[in-house]
Design a protein around this ligand. Structure first.
Ligand code: ZN
Ligand code: ZN
Length: 431
């Protein structure tokens, strides 16, 4: 059994059973080949690590990368819920954007125009807390189109995704007001599609051969949902936080990859998180899915690969969660941590860890950047928001104390650019 478990980030391949014999034969052959070709100076064959931007995604392949697997209690080693799905047709989808996940996404160095679709399972901070960074930071890093967000309605209008996104736009109104006119503003739009949370396996997105469906989850309040994404005969399932529910049991069936929360075990909630036993029992078993219950769910739906997330994965908690899941489930299992990668084809699911750089800058642009839109952009923004154009520039009060002692030094920077690029850049105020 242990050969099918992925508990410590060790690479794992799970082929379909009928391919096992063929693969065994190939293994013996490849061992011989390696023995013949090994060299002290040349790299050897395929690596067991995923390095972003070194592997083409095949036409029939789905790649899923964990960009957050943790909790609402923040920590440096694990961001909160976020999974990126990349498809061989070029489409990419982000499921949840929990706190801290924007940095993980940035580490993958994917052009931001390709990261314009986010599906939110519910409005807890650990599931959409990084949305603003993905929205505004993503525009600054090269997204040239609006960020599109899908999410469920709630028990009242105020408790739905559209209300949350509209409120977020208000929260960041000063931020946007200070950027408009100074940068290529096309990426700063934020569009929301709210759908009915009561939909049962209802299509909420359909395009380019991809169908995304939603069904309700049972968590905290009415509103949370889980999703499936189907494409090219492959089925990805992302369970938002939930108490085990029969919708999931029914609609997650036949999943190739089934992601579902598996919360921190109750004793650990008491010993490490400061919960009282009473509230640990309630939160750990009734609001969330306990590891033992996660195992029951996966035994019910029998995916090609079960993925547990939403617990802090440490040297001591990993075996604890695993042991508890194994009391109820003995199928293929990944205990997720940030930067775990699943390559999924009809024949095989390959599990590896990505190795990424933390010192990343903006990835390449997918389209040509436009110079700042200046007053024209300010006018459009003013009409949309009712903020007077005057407020989108400094007041005379603030301008009056600009120190002209740096003027000459800064004119030098303009001159340097003119000489380097052979183009005129009028100094502000001189035009
Ligand atoms: Zn939640
Ligand atoms: Zn959560």
């Amino acid at each position: 059994m242990s050969s099918r478990v992925n508990i410590a980030g060790k690479a794992l391949r799970v082929p379909r059973l009928e391919h096992v014999l063929t693969i065994l034969a190939l293994c013996f052959l490849s061992v011989q080949a390696i023995a013949q070709n090994v060299s002290p100076t040349e790299p050897f064959g395929e690596r067991d690590t995923y390095y972003p931007n070194t592997e083409a995604l095949q036409k029939d392949e789905m790649r899923v990368i964990a960009c957050g697997t943790g909790m609402p209690t923040t920590r440096a080693s694990q961001a909160a819920a976020c999974f990126l799905v990349e498809l061989g047709n070029g489409d990419k989808f982000i499921f949840d954007a929990g706190s801290g996940s924007a940095e993980r996404i940035s580490s993958l160095q994917i052009p931001y125009d390709f990261l314009d679709k986010v599906f939110i399972s519910h409005l807890h901070a650990d599931h959409f807390g990084a949305l603003a960074e993905l929205w505004i930071g993503g525009a600054l890093m090269g997204r040239q189109k609006p960020l599109r967000v899908w999410g469920p309605s709630g028990p009242t209008e105020d408790l739905g995704t559209a209300a949350a996104i509209n409120a977020l736009k208000l929260v960041y109104r000063w931020d946007l007001s200070g950027r408009v006119g100074l940068v290529d503003f096309r990426g700063y739009g934020l569009e929301v599609s709210e759908f009915d949370y009561t939909g049962e396996n209802t299509v909420v997105y359909e395009d380019n051969g991809v169908s995304i469906r939603s069904w309700p989850a049972i968590h905290s309040l009415d509103g949370p949902v889980s999703y499936s994404l189907e494409w090219n005969g492959l089925k990805f399932v992302f369970g938002g936080d939930t108490y085990p529910n029969t919708w999931f049991n029914e609609y997650a069936k036949d999943a190739d990859l089934a992601i579902h929360e598996s919360f921190v075990a109750v004793p650990t909630m008491v010993s490490k998180m400061g919960f009282t036993p009473e509230s640990a029992l309630l939160v750990g078993t009734q609001i969330h899915t306990a590891p033992e219950a996660f195992g029951k769910v996966m035994a019910e739906i029998q995916p090609r690969m079960a993925v547990a997330y939403h617990f802090f994965k440490d040297f001591d908690t990993t075996s604890e969660v695993n042991d508890r899941i194994r009391t109820t489930y003995d199928g293929p299992l990944s205990l997720a941590e940030d930067f775990m990668v699943w390559n999924i084809t009809e024949d095989e699911i390959r599990v590896r860890m990505a190795v990424v750089s933390e010192e990343t800058w903006s990835p390449p642009l997918a389209g040509k950047a436009e110079p700042p839109g200046g007053d024209a952009d300010r006018k459009t923004f003013s009409e949309k928001t009712d903020i007077p154009v005057d407020a989108l520039n400094y007041s005379g009060f603030i301008i009056s104390k600009k120190w002209d002692g740096v003027d000459e030094a800064l004119r030098g920077v303009y001159k340097e650019a003119e000489e380097a690029l052979g183009q005129e850049f009028p100094y502000p105020g001189d035009e």
